[in-house]
Write a protein that binds this ligand. Structure first.
Ligand code: ADP
Ligand code: MG
Ligand code: ZN
Length: 502
């Protein structure tokens, strides 16, 4: 049934509890594909990174990528999963033109990792545990481009193009158990889970997990059940949601849509749905098939994967500090609020600030430059902080010049501007632009005298004891010296000249 008026989010929550299931696909950053030696490098001409294995030629035999298995185990361990002592790949049979083998090599009832959890921190600091059903290995499909239609979808297209470069790139699919008990915070929990998972994947170094590039994508399952009922309702599955914000919006929309259907006496059908970025809505995709429809069976061409316990323990030993734990540690070290830490995280500045402090800056200065001047600059040019042409070591050098008094903030901003403009490192820019704080009295004296002469009325006020008025004279001297005067020394000189105590 179609619904024209959506029930409000609040009204939906007043009658129903949401249950969610999140399926996240992560493209691994391995050099070669999961079952052949083809390169995974992005940006190559279509169909130049293919071979008989990933094109599904008769007789071609796959071989498992060891780094792919290692990455899967690391992800499993980081998600507190058990690692299978023995597991197999399975064929998931269906036809689609972007999948030349006519089946996807995946895992079915024998995933490499299962039964784990990930603790995620919500905005108010509360920790919510999301239980993990499984993490399994599989492969990506090729890419279809539908040409000639208005929407880019196959409907209405004149013809389709196929690029198999992506076919066979390793994927790890991470599936949660049904997430219950989030209540009205379901959209926030979903977003926080995907965000935390992304940080974790990045920290493990197994993928860059860039959602905007499709390296990480999320299917959002959602159902509602009336308060107090135990049995789950029928779920919808919104496919390929590819930003954190969209995950949050998709959950919210589906809560409202399900509630609208249910409270009008309708029934939810189990189907896949498409998410629409423009207005945050979803529309019907295809009626959901059941697992039986895929006629899964164990892959006969691949040997089972049986990771030794020694190997698993060795990999456990390489796991980095969990992102949430690290964030909390840094937040305490830096003495910032949850809210500030969230902004730093959102700006992608955590690692840059850490690197800047490792290069010798104190954390307050590192934060100030990355979250101030540099964030502004990144914003203006529409790039990420990390992509700015300045290194943490250079930022640390600017901070050191400020700390030793040879630059003030205003000059430091000019130095940063110079570095960003490609004029060289901080010392070079200081040299070339002649940027140095002038604190030597003989050089400042004349400017101070001029300022006093030009502002006689203010000078009188100061003489009469209104020391606060000195600020205006300091300003005049700073202006006259194009910001290069040592403001503190200028103030002292002014008060000295006017015969008042500071
Ligand atoms: P499929 O392959 O059909 O998508 P999966 O079991 O792989 O099925 O994934 C379904 C996801 O949805 C899992 O995260 C699961 O926990 C969750 N889920 C299952 N049933 C429901 C339900 N009734 N409501 C919400 N989520 C559900
Ligand atoms: Mg699914
Ligand atoms: Zn290949």
């Amino acid at each position: 049934m179609t619904v024209t008026e959506l029930v409000s989010y609040e009204d939906a929550l007043a009658s129903y509890d949401p249950v969610m299931g999140l399926e996240v696909h992560v493209e691994l950053g391995t050099k070669t594909k999961m079952f052949c030696g083809c390169s995974t490098e992005l940006g190559a001409d279509p169909n130049t990174q293919t071979c008989p294995v990933c094109l599904g030629m008769p007789g071609a035999l796959p071989v498992v990528n060891a780094i792919g298995v290692e990455s899967a185990i690391k992800i499993g361990l980081a998600l507190n999963c058990e690692i299978a002592e023995w597991c197999r790949f399975a064929r998931k049979n269906y036809f689609y033109p972007d999948m030349p083998k006519n089946f996807q090599t995946s895992q079915y009832d024998e995933p490499i990792a299962f039964n784990g959890y990930l603790d995620v921190q919500l905005e108010d600091g509360e920790v919510f545990r999301v239980e993990i059903e499984r993490a399994h290995m599989e492969e990506d499909t090729g890419k279809s481009t539908h040409v000639g239609g208005a929407t880019g979808r196959i409907h209405g297209a004149q013809h389709s193009l196929l690029d198999y470069n992506r076919a066979g790139i390793p994927l790890i699919e991470i599936v949660t158990k049904p997430i219950e008990g989030a209540g009205e915070r379901a959209p926030e929990v979903a977003k926080a889970y995907v965000a935390e998972l992304r940080e974790l994947i990045k920290a493990l170094g197994v993928s860059e997990a860039r959602m905007e590039m499709g390296q990480m994508r999320c299917d959002v399952n959602l159902s509602l059940r009336p308060h107090g009922r135990e049995k789950f309702g029928t779920r919808s599955e919104t496919k390929n949601v590819n930003s954190l914000r969209s995950v949050e919006r998709a959950v919210r929309f589906e809560v409202q849509r399900h509630a609208s259907v249910l409270s009008a006496g309708g029934t939810i059908i189990q189907e896949t749905r498409h998410f629409h970025e423009e207005d945050g809505s979803t529309t019907s995709g295809r009626i959901k098939e059941e697992a039986e429809d895929y006629r899964y069976f164990p892959e006969p061409d691949l040997v089972p994967v049986a990771p030794s316990r020694e190997w698993v323990e060795e990999l456990r030993g390489t796991l980095p500090e969990l992102p949430r734990v690290r964030r909390n540690r840094l937040r305490e070290q830096w003495g910032v609020t949850e809210h500030d830490m969230q902004s730093i995280l959102n700006a992608g500045a955590v690692d840059l600030i850490v690197a800047t402090t490792e290069a010798g800056a104190d954390s307050a200065a590192a934060r100030k430059w990355w979250m101030g001047e540099l964030a502004r600059s990144a914003n203006e040019s529409g790039t990420d902080l990390a992509a700015l042409p300045i290194t943490p070591a250079q930022v640390a050098r600017v901070a050191a010049l400020v700390a030793e008094g040879s630059l003030n903030d205003k000059l430091a901003r000019q130095v940063i501007e110079g570095v960003l403009a490609g004029e060289g490192g901080p010392d070079e820019v200081v040299e070339k632009r002649g940027l140095k704080v002038v604190s030597d009295d003989s050089a400042l004296g004349a400017a101070v005298d001029e300022a006093i002469a030009a502002n006689a009325a203010i000078a009188d006020k100061i003489r009469a004891g209104k020391v606060a008025a000195a600020g205006a004279l300091v300003g005049a001297v700073m202006k006259a010296t194009r910001g290069q005067a040592d403001a503190a020394r200028v103030r002292e000189l002014i008060l000295e000249r006017l015969g008042v105590e500071g």
